[in-house]
Design a protein around this ligand. Structure first.
Ligand code: PLP
Length: 441
């Protein structure tokens, strides 16, 4: 009620009189608004009523669906992509941070920063990505940015004209879709199968697309690894008509079964792939550090795209991270997380097998930090998510990540939850799925 009153006051319908109370205003703002809309030329009557650009209208719509404050205290079983912070070597990080401040003359903090990111970090990234992901690049091709979401946005802005079509995976990462929409592009959802994005379907649905955004190492959210023939087919599609592929390699650092295929970027001979990586999963999301590897002939264009955004991630974080990588702490941390996540993944599978047979079927999780829990036929994932919302939990659903009808499923994280939390979370799920079954049968 207070919010409604505040809103009415902000819009001019109510006024507060000190020491007396709150009253409906004598002059309702509708009158003023009516005059304003009458003045609008008839030819513009289809246009949005507010003076926003057409991109701005899309942004406003997306903005309305995001709360100002992100959900705190989600159940860790539903908190997708959250690392297990109990493994993070906080003491080492703090030591490197203190050492950086002790060694660095204070005046250096007023020096201009490098647009692409600090050289030491870019070099550390080049050698890590070469060994871990078979990515081929020089330090000049690396841009350090504040999150992969920014990489997606800047890339869409740089490579798409208004109205240009782009392939996105379906189901897929909403951030890719919204980045394309906000820059005036038209995302076309392309189905995904066990081999990754279906390139033939893409050619049928949007043959003239300029760009494809894919998660080949670990399809988000279904978890498939794009097969080698599909990768080659996608590259061939891009090469044949000078299209772009955006490879979002968000959580492939953790692989449990099967061989790790090299990044698409490493297979690309003609400079068509833009590779995106992030430290949000392998370190922690609040670091807000991510990177782009761009083809050599796009380096100056990316510099031009990033300069106006003023996107210089904090120097101190970059320098500390460079030392963290150079001194081997990063590689050690990755190995520890890999081992722990493999154990946790196994634990979750056992738990679901023992307690939820017939209620939840886990999808593939050869890699990454989450797995899809497929629901029994007839149970809507939207209904499950709405029910969990009543208890303050946010469950991401497969249908929420899809533009078409899909098999209902929910995303489960096996990284940040402890064994006890996983058990509690599964008991909770069992309860709400059973409730839902009673309602529907
Ligand atoms: C598939 C995918 N891509 C990109 C991102 C964005 O990562 P960042 O935190 O670096 O913006 C996420 C984050 O959850 C993701 O799931």
């Amino acid at each position: 009620v207070r919010n409604a009153i505040d809103q009415l006051m902000a819009e001019g319908y109510l006024e507060a009189q000190v020491g007396s109370g709150t009253y409906v205003t004598s002059q309702l703002p509708d009158a003023t608004l009516a005059i304003w809309s009458e003045k609008e030329p008839a030819s513009q009557s289809d246009h949005p009523p507010r003076p926003l650009s057409s991109y701005g209208e899309t942004m406003a719509r997306i903005g309305r669906s995001f709360p100002d404050q992100p959900l705190q205290n989600n159940h860790p079983l539903f908190a997708i992509g959250m690392p297990d912070m109990s493994l993070f070597p906080g003491k080492i990080w703090t030591r490197l941070l203190t050492r950086y401040h002790r060694r660095t003359p204070i005046r250096q903090l007023a020096q201009p920063q490098s647009m692409g990111g600090e050289l030491a970090l870019r070099q550390a990234l080049v050698s890590y990505l070469r060994t871990a992901r078979a990515v081929h690049c020089d330090a000049e091709q690396v841009f350090v940015v504040a999150g992969s979401q920014r990489s997606l946005y800047v890339t869409a802005q740089l490579l798409l004209n208004a109205g240009d079509r782009a392939w996105t995976e379906d189901p897929g990462y909403v951030g890719a879709r919204s980045a394309i929409l906000c820059t005036g592009g038209r995302p076309f959802p392309i189905p995904v199968d066990a081999n990754g994005l279906d390139v033939d379907a893409g050619i049928r649905i949007a043959p003239d697309a300029k760009l494809a955004v894919v998660t080949p190492s670990h399809q988000f959210p279904l978890g498939y690894t794009m097969s080698l023939p599909r990768r080659l087919q996608l590259l061939q599609w891009a090469d044949s008509s000078r299209r772009w592929i955006v490879e979002d390699d968000y959580d492939s650092a953790f692989r449990f079964d099967g061989p790790a295929l090299p990044a698409l970027q490493g297979l690309d001979k003609n400079g068509r792939v833009i590779y995106l990586g992030t430290f949000s999963k392998v370190l922690f999301p609040a670091l807000r550090l991510a990177y782009l590897i761009v083809p050599p002939n796009l380096v100056s264009a990316y510099r031009g795209a990033l300069v106006p955004t003023g996107s210089y991630p904090p120097l101190v974080n970059q320098m500390v991270l460079a030392e963290f990588m150079q001194e081997g702490h990063f590689a050690r941390h990755l190995r520890r997380m890999q081992k722990r996540y493999a154990e946790k993944r196994h634990f979750l599978h056992k738990l679901v097998q023992q307690t939820m047979s017939g209620l939840l079927e886990l999808g593939v999780a050869e890699c990454g930090m989450h797995v899809v829990g497929w629901l029994p036929p007839g149970i809507s994932d939207t209904a499950i998510s709405a029910r969990a919302q009543q208890d303050g939990y946010h469950i991401i659903t497969v249908s929420g990540l899809s533009q078409k009808q899909t098999r209902p499923g929910i995303l489960l994280s096996f990284t940040s939850a402890s064994a006890r939390q996983m058990r509690d979370g599964i008991i909770y799920l069992e309860k709400i799925i059973a409730e839902q079954m009673k309602i529907t049968h």
